[in-house]
Design a protein. Structure first.
Length: 90
C-alpha cells in the first residue's frame, strides 16, 4: 500500500519529487565551490520551479540560516567596534 502511494507521488510529481542521489549531491557541492556562482546557484535552487524538492527545501533553509548569521555578525561587529571606539574595553 505504501509503495503504491510513493509510486503515484513520483509519477505525479515527476523528477522533482524523486530523492537526490549521492552523485547529484556531490555535483551540487562541487558547483558550490565556485565563488560568486555559489550565491547565484543558492537562489536559483531555492526559488526555481524545476528544482528537486529536497534540494529546493535545503537551499531555502541555507538562505535563512545565512541571513541569520549575517545579522548576528553585523550586530557583533557593531558592538565590538563600539567598545573599541569608546576605549572602554575593561
Amino acid at each position: 500500500m505504501e509503495n503504491r502511494n510513493f509510486d503515484n507521488q513520483v509519477q505525479n510529481g515527476g523528477a522533482n519529487s524523486q530523492p537526490m542521489t549521492l552523485k547529484d549531491w556531490i555535483f551540487t557541492y562541487l558547483l558550490l565551490l565556485i565563488p560568486i556562482a555559489n550565491i547565484v546557484l543558492m537562489f536559483v535552487w531555492a526559488f526555481g520551479k524545476d528544482v528537486n524538492q529536497s534540494k529546493k527545501t535545503y537551499f531555502q533553509a541555507m538562505l535563512i540560516m545565512s541571513g541569520v548569521a549575517i545579522v548576528i555578525s553585523v550586530l557583533f561587529a557593531g558592538a565590538l567596534s563600539s567598545i573599541i571606539m569608546n576605549g572602554s574595553g575593561y
